[in-house]
Design a binder for this molecule. Structure first.
Ligand SMILES: [Zn+2]
Length: 383
């Protein structure tokens, strides 16, 4: 197999659904470049019009809430909630889909957001079902959190229908941020999440497993309502990122930290990343990134450095050190947590992970998977 890197950032083309152009530049870099010529005033005017329409529509429906926002209390959702209320004058109902075994930091951050003066509804999906789903997606897909991601997305749409609220405000469109634009349109339309690979190629119904006693009714909060029906109700769903020039992982973190967000305190080598403000409410995301790294040859530090390169904080050359230093690492305590959560021994954990390791990209040396590729250099396993 071949693995090519974007010539501008350090994104490899092994990311599922990533788009590279003829000059071997990734779609996310092209989007970043296009931001210089986007008419941001026009976009902001468009956003204001959407907000005004939602206010009018909510009034017509006799609803005091005019938008729903899915929140974890993390950097992006803190920015979204405050932007919606303070810049757009909306009255948001915040929906929190609590991860199984929420972390202490996650709880603090959610309280911190709540204390800025918001109504929050927390949905706590059945933990017995959540654990069965995590085990199933771990064994079948090599992904611990795949099932919980359905719930994170779906809960906001479900609550917009149930509370009859006309606007859904999501944060980031992965097609723009990560360049994964093959399966999702790179626009502000957040109904497109139903096009995402985790949501479309593998339907939520695939998790039904009668042998494990997982039935359709267990998946209510995992399933996005019909987009056609939501649109027929007059509901809109947008990605705030598309409309706001200042949206960025780093500036959102600064914004949220200034308002009380706290990050992880670990050694960065245990996190496999070099910033402290992502994936704060759920520890399973950390071992999950380790598995992602072994499947595709990149982990979360690569994502972080790509944002930094695109936004001009580091050169591609400088970025190599960060990726080589942190990518794919995961502290033993997080592996222990994953084993306990999944009810597997460490031996069973690695047996399962080993089934998903890309042998063209990694080889085993002294019992450890080590990369056969050099970060940032195009690689051909046949050569
Ligand atoms: Zn790129």
């Amino acid at each position: 197999m071949k693995m090519r890197y974007c010539k501008r950032c350090l994104q490899p083309d092994t990311r599922p659904n990533v788009v590279f152009d003829d000059e071997q530049i990734c779609f996310a870099c092209r989007y970043e470049e296009s931001k210089a010529t986007i008419d941001w005033e026009a976009r902001e005017a468009e956003l204001k019009a959407i907000a005004d329409e939602a206010k009018a529509e909510a009034a017509k429906r006799g609803n005091i809430y005019d938008c729903v926002i899915g929140v974890s209390g993390g950097k992006d959702s803190t920015f979204q909630a405050l932007y919606a209320r303070d810049r757009l004058g909306l009255n948001p109902l915040l929906i929190n889909c609590a991860p199984d075994e929420i972390t202490e930091i996650g709880r603090h951050n959610l309280d911190n957001l709540s204390n800025q003066g918001f109504d929050i509804i927390t949905i706590r999906p059945n933990p017995i079902v959540a654990k069965k789903l995590a085990r199933k997606s771990f064994f079948e897909r090599g992904n611990i959190i795949a099932a919980s991601e359905y719930c994170l997305w779906a809960s906001t749409y479900i609550m917009s229908v149930r509370f009859n609220i006309p606007l859904i405000i999501q944060g980031e469109n992965a097609a723009l941020t990560l360049g994964a634009a093959k399966n999702q349109e790179p626009t502000g339309n957040a109904f497109s999440v139903t096009q995402l690979d985790t949501l479309s190629q593998q339907k939520v119904e695939d998790f039904i497993d009668l042998s494990e006693n997982i039935t359709e009714k267990d998946l209510f909060f995992y399933k996005i309502p019909s987009v056609a029906e939501m649109q027929a109700m007059g509901t809109k769903a947008i990605f705030l990122q598309y409309y706001t020039k200042e949206w960025s992982q780093v500036t959102n973190a600064d914004f949220a930290v200034a308002r009380g967000l706290i990050g992880r305190q670990d050694d960065l080598h245990d996190l496999g990343r070099y910033r402290r403000y992502t994936a704060l409410d759920c520890d399973m995301q950390i071992p999950n990134q380790l598995i992602k790294y072994l499947k595709f040859g990149f982990g979360y530090a690569t994502d972080e450095i790509c944002y930094d390169i695109r936004e001009g904080r580091f050169s591609r050359e400088e970025g190599l050190w960060y990726v080589n230093e942190y990518d794919g690492l995961c502290g033993q305590k997080y592996i222990d947590m994953a084993c306990r959560y999944l009810s597997v021994t460490e031996e069973e954990f690695w047996e399962t992970v080993d089934r998903f390791v890309n042998r063209d990209l990694f080889e085993k040396k002294d019992g450890k998977w080590v990369p056969r590729f050099t970060v940032g250099t195009d690689y051909d396993s046949e050569a």
